[in-house]
Design a protein around this ligand. Structure first.
Ligand code: GDP
Ligand code: MG
Length: 444
């Protein structure tokens, strides 16, 4: 896909005269590529119309960077489609929220329920899982197995056949146990869709979920829009999770799901394992969809803002891919200073979206400072500790000493180590990266 889009733009920029015809040909080429990536036909058409309105032929003819102008317009339009304008309901720690998962069978609901619970548990929540899928044999066993592995309390039954009853009982049980994230997994039977939607409506009416999450398999292609819309019509879907993004699917269906449900994508599933789960970030997703690569903007930024004499060292560290606690410490310093390198890191896909969510900068800075205090107390342990890249070396007694030394709680040290693991995973993607020299960065 990236290939055909960049080819289309390349061909256009080579044309001496950019007229309506040349621009149309280019847009048609891009349309074809987006359709291949499963972006819904209607959305592609709308985008095409909008781009024609935005891109001014005179600007293109005047010899501005044509590729940049068109690329930016497409990028912005796709980002706009993925932004429904309002954030989804955000549960609050310590206050019970009921989260209901819906989606067709095989879309990845049960797996995603556990991932969602596990993700929050690591951040200090008290999640619980309720299996309201009484349709598929083995559904309860699957959820039980997942939950046991992640040490998450669960509720379900082998004999009760009424999903509404189980859902209600499960939710009540866990409210009494002061769980703050009560996750209801549901059935997703195929070929009996009328019955399924009626069941979803009833479960939702009985449990009054604070949020309904629609789970969608990224490989369903053009079917995404209708499927998402059908669920939206029976229950009030408030967020989307797209699964199996590790496969071949380009993920264009995510745009359809957002358009159909008017709800944002909040996470993506990137594998079968519990921790293969990422916060959804619009810009890197669109970059990937357009074949621009997650890192192109990042590299541009390095060349743009990092002083020349500091670039080689930074790039060297990045390409080694070995993220030690010392590197994390240095990057935290950079981020707090918001100097040039800090700006660069705030652009690294996934690096700052969670560390420093927009609008919560103050809180995030306090958190980073807290992490740094804990890391400071590690140096007192013996300087070596800061160089480790394997958090497994952090045994319980070390963690306790660090907590004591920094006046924080053990839970907070664990949270800091989780953050370290998350960032290390992102960082490791840079390993072996071919680092383009200044001026080599192409537009696409
Ligand atoms: P459900 O019927 O909607 O509950 O779907 P399941 O959770 O049972 O998942 C169906 C299959 O998809 C299982 O084999 C899962 O392991 C697999 N699966 C779920 N999410 C992902 C993902 O993000 N990536 C990959 N590769 N497989 C996934
Ligand atoms: Mg299931």
């Amino acid at each position: 896909l990236g290939g055909s889009i960049s080819r289309a733009i390349q061909q256009m920029s080579n044309a001496t005269i950019i007229d309506e015809k040349v621009l149309n040909e280019c847009l048609n080429e891009i349309t074809r590529a987006l359709l291949q990536a499963d972006v819904q036909f209607k959305l592609v058409r709308e985008m095409q119309t909008n781009i024609k309105k935005i891109v001014n032929l005179d600007d293109l003819a005047a010899g501005h960077n044509k590729r940049r102008i068109i690329q930016q317009a497409i990028f912005n339009e796709l980002c706009k489609i993925l932004d429904p304008g309002k954030p989804s309901f955000t549960p609050k720690k310590g206050k019970p929220s009921v989260i209901m998962f819906v989606g067709l069978q095989g879309s990845g609901k049960t797996t995603t329920c556990t991932k969602y619970a596990y993700y929050h548990q690591k951040k200090g929540w008290k999640p619980a899982l309720v299996c309201a899928d009484t349709f598929r044999a083995g559904a309860f066993d699957q959820l039980k197995q997942n939950a046991t592995k992640a040490k998450i309390p669960f509720y379900g039954s082998y004999t009760e056949s009424d999903p509404v009853r189980i859902a209600v009982e499960g939710v009540e049980t866990f409210k009494k146990e002061n769980c703050d994230l009560i996750i209801v997994d549901t059935s997703g039977r195929h070929k009996q869709e009328a019955a399924l939607f009626e069941e979803m409506r009833q479960v939702s009416e009985a449990t009054k979920p604070d949020l309904v999450i629609f789970v969608m398999d990224s490989s369903i292609g053009q079917a995404a829009f209708d499927q998402a819309q059908a669920f939206k019509q029976s229950v009030s879907v408030g967020a989307v999770i797209v699964t199996k993004m590790d496969g071949h699917a380009k993920g264009g269906g995510a745009l359809s799901a957002v358009a159909a449900t008017k709800s944002p994508v909040i996470f993506i599933g990137t594998g079968e394992h519990m921790d293969e789960f990422e916060v959804f970030d619009v810009k890197p997703f669109v970059s990937r969809l357009l074949g621009m690569g997650d890192w192109s903007g990042f590299m541009d930024k390095i060349h743009e803002v990092v002083p020349m004499d500091q670039q080689p060292e930074l790039l060297q560290k990045l390409s080694e891919g070995n993220f030690t606690l010392r590197i994390m410490y240095e990057q935290f310093q950079n981020i707090l200073k918001m100097g040039p390198i800090g700006q660069v890191f705030s652009m690294l896909p996934g690096f700052s979206s969670e560390l420093m969510p927009k609008g919560r900068e103050k809180e995030s800075q306090a958190k980073i400072k807290r992490y740094m205090t804990m890391m400071d107390s590690m140096t007192n342990e013996g300087k070596q500790l800061l160089f480790i890249s394997n958090p497994k070396l952090m045994n319980d007694s070390r963690i306790m000493r660090i907590a004591r030394g920094s006046g924080r709680q053990v839970r907070e040290v664990m949270e800091m180590l989780e953050e370290y693991k998350r960032l290390a995973k992102i960082w490791s993607k840079m390993k072996g990266l071919k680092i383009p020299k200044k001026g080599e960065m192409s537009a696409l």
